[in-house]
Ligand binder design. Structure first.
Ligand code: NAD
Ligand code: 89V
Length: 344
């Protein structure tokens, strides 16, 4: 059977994970790569044995010969590259954050829909094994109907060594990391009607906020707290674990440190180990994220084949991105934001 041919743009820090995950899928072949930095192009081209290498995405699209494109560049180039994919009618995956602004993201969704191409945002955190386990418990009804939740990511990890650009942006933790946590809150508790947020910057060497606390009022009555911090110095560094609490009408669940999930229901308490798999190419502590990359890429290939929209399609991700915009607006104005107003 012919393999599905892909092309990748952006051969930086995170793309290495994406290339490993593509190589794991026997039905996929990455036939072309692109990066404006010749050194990165050579490193990734040599490591993954890709012959077709381009400094310009325009040139790569002009020559074509691939069934989808995987955009792994930083946010500033996302809109132009997704619009280029739409122009050439090539289905596209775009890394998070979707775009610099919600208006850019809306324009990207419109371009993809007009061109009739699939667009998936690489929002991988909901694909982490422990998060999938939490979702399964909620859906099973074991703890009854959820009425309160917390999605928490608190760390003192030096994220800037691998991703130095994160220290420079006026927006930092909500746009980069909180976006994942907000998407998890949507995944577990549904869409949000309202959001209020407070932020602060503790690290004096960066430009953006590194602490944020957000309260979401979900459509179905659930209230959730989404709290993120890169200024939290703990005895045991949890990076990159997301901790979850859910209170339901019949019980509770707690996803704690070390990927331990405790479910307490009418039958008593049960503790489960929901640790992610350590894939052959992965390394701790990143293995949780790395496995989710493999899972979301498999999901893309399945949905490409079936013609169904991916779970984190561009249209779906507008709702996650609206929460990011709402959080910055709320923190700036010190008021609660009605999320639906941003999506009109
Ligand atoms: P990076 O700076 O290490 O790599 C980006 C690469 O893209 C660079 O090599 C750069 O030269 C290239 N590039 C930029 N614009 C280009 C263009 N127009 N044409 C060709 N090449 C171009 O960045 P990174 O840390 O790998 O992050 C990339 C994206 O991945 C970001 O959006 C980031 O938020 C995201 N990311 C996601 C996760 C996740 O878990 N989903 C984790 C880390 C990073
Ligand atoms: O998602 C990201 O871009 C990363 C990390 C997972 C470390 O937050 O910054």
């Amino acid at each position: 059977m012919a393999r599905i041919k892909g092309a990748l743009i952006g051969c930086g820090f995170f793309a290495i994970n994406q290339m490993h995950a593509w190589r794991e899928l026997s039905e996929v072949e990455i036939v072309a790569i692109c990066d404006r930095d010749p050194e990165r192009l050579k490193i990734v081209g040599d490591q993954f044995d890709v012959a077709r290498r381009y400094a310009s995405a325009d040139e790569m699209f002009a020559e074509g010969g691939f069934d989808f494109v995987d955009i792994a560049t930083t946010v500033g180039s996302h809109r132009a590259l997704v619009e280029l994919a739409a122009l050439h009618k090539v289905p596209a995956i775009c890394q998070k954050p979707f775009a610099p602004t919600l208006n850019d993201a809306k324009a990207m969704v419109a371009a993809a829909e007009e061109a009739g191409i699939a667009l998936m945002i690489h929002e991988n955190f909901r694909w982490q094994t422990p998060i999938l386990a939490v979702k399964e418990v909620i859906d099973s009804g074991e703890i009854g109907t959820p009425f309160w939740g917390r999605v928490s990511f608190r760390s003192g990890f030096d994220v800037f060594s691998g991703q130095p650009y994160l220290a420079k942006g006026k927006r930092f933790i909500i746009e980069d990391l909180g976006i994942h946590s907000l998407d998890i809150a949507r995944f577990l508790f549904g869409d949000a009607l309202t959001l209020s947020a407070r932020t602060c910057r503790i690290n004096p060497d960066i430009a953006g906020e590194d602490v944020a606390t957000m309260m979401l009022g979900h459509d179905n009555g659930v209230t959730s707290i989404v709290d993120v911090s890169y200024a939290t110095k703990l005895a045991e560094e949890p990076f990159p674990q997301t901790l979850i609490e859910v209170d339901g009408s019949e019980g509770t669940l707690r996803l704690g440190l070390g990927y331990k999930l405790v479910v307490y229901g009418p039958a008593g308490a049960v503790e489960r180990d929901v640790a992610p798999n350590l894939l052959p190419w992965a390394s701790k502590p990143w293995h949780n994220i790395q496995e989710s990359v493999a899972l979301i890429q498999r999901h893309w290939i399945e949905r490409l084949a079936s013609g169904r929209a991916p779970d984190t399609s561009g249209r779906d991700n507008l709702r996650t991105f609206a929460l990011v915009e709402a959080a910055y607006l709320s923190a700036e104005r010190d008021e609660t934001i009605v999320v639906g107003d941003l999506l009109r």
